[in-house]
Design a protein around this ligand. Structure first.
Ligand code: SUG
Length: 420
């Protein structure tokens, strides 16, 4: 049976605040702050556990091996000899944000009836540009069943692709054919446009999508300038519902009309700027919630604590839920560590509509497996990392062995190697 599975990126032991993401306001604001990798990973595990408890299918991806000595070697250096900047780029735990791992087109949308996944190249940011090799390796293991899945290598550079963070799927039900929306940005503002139109179009072609059910929509320049470095910071979709800020898209009337023509049952829940400013939306990550369908059929939002702490946002949500809106439940999670690098609940997960039985079970979560992961993290993940610690070889060794222990615990030792 086709169902939506959320694969969360487990937060890696090197999680830190080196301020690497230009255009991501939280990352810049928290540059130099002391991170708490253990707490970060435990916060993520608690979210996964809660979603499992809500009756949702849950999987995960492993944190990548950091420092990435293979990448530094390709640059002619090593963790010991690299500049502080290159070293920080080699140590980032950014693969936790699994929404950027790949773009996924479920089987009902594709020409060959398989679920297609394209690993994202993430070329715009140096610290993320070397994720795709291991991401691809993990996708090829998790989705090895080629009767069900087709896993593609990334679109070639220079066309920037940031994966599912700029992709939305609207459909009557997850197992019905959907309309896939690819949101891209245009260069010219103060911050880089990380998703290029050419990359989005290439993914749509490679996945065998029907052009009649595919939309390429331009992200508004003001949203990027206000800190929406990915579209999933200002809009999220699930089944028939598009939940979006008024200023998310460059030409919203044209986009909405196109969407309504392609999927007449679509329900557009637009939050006006007069009620929630773009700045509040981005600060609170209102739209970086996971919009999910509960087993009861009702829609729920899985939100970060910051949404409850932002008065205009919480007031809007309470009004919506007490009125007749399509979102019926609000669940709030403390994800402060990931949020401080600009990663909310939706950034931490990749959605795959598939039969869970077709996925390699080593990547599927159960309460018992989450207990084991949690115990290992509590024992081996560093409690704190200050930016100065990033040059300490003992920290690298501890992080590599902590990750190796997780690979072993999950029966995925094949991922514990240097080069991908
Ligand atoms: O790519 N932050 C990530 C956050 C990704 C959020 N993902 C989605 N919106 N789907 C990024 O900007 C900060 C890392 C640092 O500064 O060390 C970072 O990479």
């Amino acid at each position: 049976m086709l169902t939506e599975i959320n694969f969360d990126g487990i937060v890696g032991p090197t999680h830190n605040y080196a301020g690497l993401s230009l255009g991501n306001l939280a990352s810049a604001r928290n540059l130099g702050k002391v991170s708490a990798p253990r707490a970060a990973a435990l916060q993520g595990i608690a979210k996964m556990r809660a979603n499992l408890g809500r009756g949702l299918a849950q999987g995960f991806f492993l944190p990548q091996r950091r420092p990435d000595a293979g990448w530094l070697a390709r640059l002619g250096t090593t963790p010991e000899t690299a500049s502080a900047t290159l070293r920080a780029n080699a140590l980032s735990a950014s693969s936790m944000w699994a929404a950027n791992a790949a773009t996924v087109s479920p089987a009902p949308d594709t020409a060959d009836g398989r679920c297609h996944l394209t690993a994202a190249n993430l070329v715009t940011m140096p610290h993320r540009s070397h994720e795709w090799q291991e991401t691809l390796a993990q996708l090829r293991i998790a989705f090895a069943n080629d009767a069900h899945f087709a896993v593609h290598a990334p679109v070639p550079p220079p066309f920037g692709d940031e994966g599912a963070a700029n992709h939305m799927r609207l459909c009557a039900r997850h197992d019905a054919p959907g309309v896939e929306v690819f949101v891209y940005g245009e260069a010219g503002g103060p911050f880089p446009a990380r998703q290029h139109r050419e990359a989005s179009a290439a993914v749509a072609r490679r996945h065998g999508l029907d052009p009649e059910r595919t939309i390429l929509a331009l992200q508004s320049a003001e949203a990027i300038a206000a800190g929406a470095f990915h579209n999933d910071v200002v809009a999220v979709a699930n089944e028939r519902v598009l939940f979006t800020h008024e200023q998310a898209f460059a030409d919203r009337e044209v986009f909405y009309a196109d969407l309504r023509a392609k999927l007449p049952e679509v329900e557009i829940v637009e939050v006006p700027a007069s009620e929630v400013s773009l700045a509040d939306a981005i600060r609170s990550y209102l739209f970086n919630a996971q919009l999910v369908t509960l087993p009861s059929g009702e829609a729920a939002l899985v939100l970060p604590g910051e949404a409850r702490e932002t008065p205009a946002v919480w007031a809007w949500l309470e009004r919506h839920v007490s009125g007749n809106g399509p979102i019926r439940h609000l669940f709030v999670h403390d994800l402060r560590e990931s949020m401080a690098n600009g990663g909310g609940p939706a950034c931490l997960r990749l959605r795959v509509v598939a039969d869970p039985a077709a996925v390699d079970p080593r990547f599927m979560a159960t309460p018992e497996k989450l207990d084991r992961i949690e115990a290992l993290v509590a024992r081996l993940w560093p409690e704190h990392i200050a930016v100065e610690d990033l040059s300490n070889p003992a920290l690298w060794a501890d992080c590599l062995s902590a990750r190796a222990a997780l690979c072993k615990e999950l029966g995925l030792e094949e991922l514990d190697r240097d080069a991908f």
